[in-house]
Design a protein around this ligand. Structure first.
Ligand code: GDP
Length: 364
């Protein structure tokens, strides 16, 4: 089920397959359902759910991934029909982020997002437990409805809440230390470039291209930079920092945007955003708007942006031309072959602010 056209739904399903494979799964089959509204019970509707069960059996699948965020009760109802584990898009994306988080801060942010996803889902489970335990009480709040299940849920919920509070505190502390570093870079007039873009667009490859080929200067000021912030230099010797940001996907779970807010805010503080787009993707414009939506949420839309159409070695020329025409500040490159990187460096050098040269004249 999707709000857009059949083509949108197919693209979205294709992306879901790619995401599932990123998470280490093998995708066996896709089932598309068109309806005007999701079924409140099983989300798919009884007939389609049964069809899905047949596909699961014939393919020997052990998991169903729904391309949406399922209500807890819908997930359970669907699981009852297909008889294998059902997860939704949000859970899948959270899982991928959990696998990819490397820094202490990233790990804490993902765990916070996972717990905030889990918390309301505990209640769904608890309700069914108390119904089983309590039986007759309408609304489930009567004396008799307090089964042992509910007590356990309460306990779990309290534990999760206190873990979340601890994570929030840790993240806030790490943010303070990052703010201090950023402030020190500002004081020393070090311009900053943030690399943003859809997941798999080639952000890391581009970061390596831009920093690997550049002259790295040894400067104690940068000794304690976060590993995702690297430095490079323009030809005329101006040092700047390059920060990689988290990957974006369409319908990025809001729990993640919330948890990563402090990291994403780095973008809003940059002098320039290199917005990397995979030119060989079937819907690069869709990816651009998905990224801009998230950037706007954290104030990153106020920063000067250059659209970097990557994978020019794979992309069709007419798509590259279309993107370059529609985006005023844009450039085509290939992080793989190095084509266009020279021009990109020149563009970055031209866009970065020049440090003020202050001449102090001391009068007698
Ligand atoms: P990120 O998720 O945005 O950081 O993307 P990565 O840098 O990890 O790249 C994703 C995939 O695209 C990797 O398999 C890269 O090898 C590939 N890739 C990146 N840049 C290019 C490019 O210019 N051309 C081609 N053909 N592949 C690229």
């Amino acid at each position: 089920w999707s709000e857009g056209t059949a083509e949108d739904a197919e693209n979205s399903l294709r992306e879901l397959s790619a995401l599932a494979e990123t998470a280490g799964s093998t995708v066996l089959a896709g089932v598309l359902q068109r309806r005007s509204r999701p079924d409140p019970g099983t989300w798919l509707g009884a007939g389609k759910a049964q069809e899905l069960r047949d596909v699961v059996l014939s393919e020997g699948a052990d998991t169903v991934i729904a391309d949406t965020e399922l209500a807890p009760s819908q997930r359970r109802a669907l699981e009852d029909v297909v008889k294998v584990k059902v997860i939704d898009r949000t859970a899948l994306i959270l899982d991928i982020f959990a696998q990819h988080a490397k820094s202490k801060e990233g790990k804490a942010q993902v765990e916070l997002a996972q717990l905030s996803y889990l918390l309301p889902r505990l209640r769904g489970w608890g309700e069914s437990m108390s119904r089983q335990a309590g039986g007759q009480a309408a609304g489930g709040q009567g004396m008799g409805s307090r089964g042992p299940g509910e007590t356990k849920i309460e306990l779990d919920r309290r534990r999760i809440n206190s873990r979340m509070a601890k994570l929030r505190k840790e993240i806030a502390q790490m943010k303070t230390s990052r703010d201090t570093k950023r402030h020190s870079r500002k004081v020393h007039h070090v311009p900053s470039v943030a690399i943003a873009g859809y997941t798999n667009a080639g952000k890391s490859s581009l970061l390596n291209r831009l920093t690997g080929a550049g002259v790295l200067v040894q400067n104690q000021l940068f000794a304690t930079l976060d590993p995702t912030v690297r430095r490079s230099q323009t030809d005329d010797g101006r040092v700047y920092t390059l920060a990689d940001t988290v990957g974006f996907v369409a319908n990025l779970p809001h729990q993640l945007v919330e948890a990563f807010r402090s990291t994403l805010e780095e973008v809003s503080d940059a002098d320039l955003v290199l917005h990397v787009v995979d030119g060989s993707h079937p819907d690069p414009e869709g990816q651009i708007s998905a990224v801009r939506e998230v950037l706007a949420e954290v104030g990153g839309d106020q920063v000067k942006e250059v659209i970097v159409v990557n994978k020019a070695d794979l992309a069709e020329q007419h798509v590259i031309d279309r993107l370059l025409r529609s985006e005023k500040h844009s450039i085509a490159v290939s992080a793989r072959t190095g084509a266009g990187i020279r021009e990109l460096r020149d563009l970055v050098a031209a866009e970065l602010p020049r440090p003020d040269i202050r001449v102090e004249v001391l009068l007698p």
